[in-house]
Design a protein around this ligand. Structure first.
Ligand code: SAH
Ligand code: SF4
Ligand code: F3S
Length: 440
């Protein structure tokens, strides 16, 4: 009998992708090996997201599929981690009788103990402590396993903002910054293993370090990462518009490794709705910050998130969101139909919008943005861009794929170009969400 095998299915945001990699690291240290096929696994873990109704539903259908495997292989262990695990806790063990364990968002380090208990006594386990401002990665080895030239690095966990629609503060707990020294060491190790680009992750990176004595603020952290040899590009996500400081705006264009892209979720273009969402800014303040970003860094690409059909959203509020799309000219937009989330204030609000109206608004919003995105992509035709090569294109093996600094995907012929190289490419054609080019 060789080493045991594990399979992890990940839903949700980059934070979950990072956590899944951390879990894989813990399991590998326990002599487990990753497999691509759940049918070959001795342990299946579903890392879950509960930010909207749809991703939460996917968790239960995934579990349903894995149940059949358990029938064929009685020793198979199935666990649920992440935000649905945190949200449902013991209830999940009751609802899913074939589930072996539930692992909360700040309990990664409990995995070995849980597995030991399951192996020796078969006891089902639920670990979902969330208290205090404790670094969930504290005590774990630094993350050393890059999958290519780019890597995510979590710099903080949790959120204290309590936007009225959002479940994150309830499932990720209070905001906790990781020690800056750990972050830098982790990035240095990644760099030594060939990583060229890091994306710093947090629910609201702008407030990094503010609640921890002796830690730098986010701009200082960026400055120190900018000096790490071998790292060529720095990105971060997500940045809350209300906390986007003049210092951070000034960092674009000043720090050479900081890429010219910011994801700045607007959520709505109506001040009345923004107030009900508890977002802490008006559309005028948002536009002002965008103007300053573009003055500091004319190349910058700005992407956003929008929610349609928030409780009480009138046709007029929605028109204001459309107007904001025209005014700001986002590079890309991620848009969602509002859904009620457990424990959030908005779930108790009156004025729920029927699903058909949400769907109509979503379609109109997306049609408008499609045109804007297309024009912005088209503007790149004929220009040169620096591309960090990530690997071969999935569709055509002889082609390479990578991203520009403003975060556009570029595909180009270049069989001999190695992943991790920084190359100059001339953009020939804009497609819906990517560019085609040729090596210069
Ligand atoms: N921390 C990030 C957002 C994380 S959630 C931030 O502050 O911007 C990602 C996106 O999901 C949000 O920006 C929002 O647009 C969407 N979202 C969150 N809760 C939602 C809900 N209840 N219904 C619909 N969309 C939601
Ligand atoms: Fe949710 Fe708001 Fe925190 Fe973002 S800032 S994670 S939307 S509560
Ligand atoms: Fe989803 Fe949790 Fe991320 S709810 S969006 S996986 S923080």
């Amino acid at each position: 009998m060789g080493p045991k095998k594990f399979f992890i299915q990940t839903f949700g945001c980059q934070m979950n992708v990072y956590d899944s990699e951390r879990i894989a690291q813990i399991l590998t240290a326990r002599n487990y090996r990753p497999v691509d096929d759940p049918a070959r696994a001795d342990l299946i873990l579903v890392n879950t997201c509960s930010v909207r109704e749809k991703p939460e539903k996917k968790v239960y259908s995934a579990l349903g599929r894995f149940r059949a495997l358990k029938g064929k292989k009685p020793g198979l262990l199935i666990g649920v981690a992440g935000c649905v695990a945190q949200q449902e806790g013991e209830g999940l063990l009751a609802r899913v009788p074939y589930l072996d364990f539930v692992l909360g968002t700040k309990e990664l380090k409990k995995i070995p103990e849980i597995l030991d208990n399951l192996e020796s006594s078969g006891d089902r386990a639920c670990a979902i402590a969330l208290d205090g401002r404790i670094d969930p990665y504290g005590g774990l080895p630094l993350f050393p396993a890059p999958g290519g030239p780019t890597a995510f690095v979590s710099i903080m966990q949790g959120c204290d903002n309590f936007c009225s629609f959002c479940v994150v503060p309830f499932v990720r707990g209070r905001e906790v910054s990781r020690p800056s020294q750990n972050i830098r060491e982790e990035i240095r190790t990644l760099s030594e293993k060939g990583v060229k680009e890091v994306t710093l992750l947090g629910q609201n990176v702008n407030s990094y370090g503010l609640r921890t004595a002796g830690e730098p603020d986010f701009v200082r952290l960026l400055e120190s990462i900018d000096k790490i040899p071998g790292i060529e590009r720095i990105r971060f996500t997500t940045s809350h518009p209300k906390d986007l400081s003049p210092g951070l705006i000034g960092a674009f264009g000043r720090l050479s490794k900081l890429c010219e892209h910011i994801h700045l979720p607007l959520q709505s273009g109506s001040n009345r709705i923004l107030g009900r969402m508890n977002r802490g800014y008006t559309k005028e303040e948002y536009s002002g910050k965008v103007q300053r970003l573009r003055a500091a860094c004319p190349e910058i690409s700005i992407t956003t998130d929008i929610i349609v059909g928030f409780p009480g959203e009138e046709e007029e509020d929605f028109r204001e969101t459309l107007k904001m799309l025209e005014r700001i000219q986002f590079e890309e937009m991620f848009s969602f139909r509002y859904s009620d989330r457990p424990r959030t204030r908005a779930s108790t609000f009156a004025g729920k919008i029927p699903e058909e109206s949400k769907q109509e608004r979503l379609a109109e919003l997306q049609a408008l943005q499609r045109g804007i995105t297309q024009r912005r992509y088209k503007a790149w035709e004929g220009r040169e861009a620096e591309v960090l090569v990530e690997g071969s294109s999935k569709a055509r093996r002889e082609e390479k794929t990578g991203r520009t600094r403003v975060n556009h995907i570029v595909n180009f012929p270049g069989a001999s170009v190695a992943a991790g190289s920084l190359v100059r490419v001339r953009i020939q054609k804009a497609l819906a969400h990517s560019l085609r080019g040729e090596l210069i």
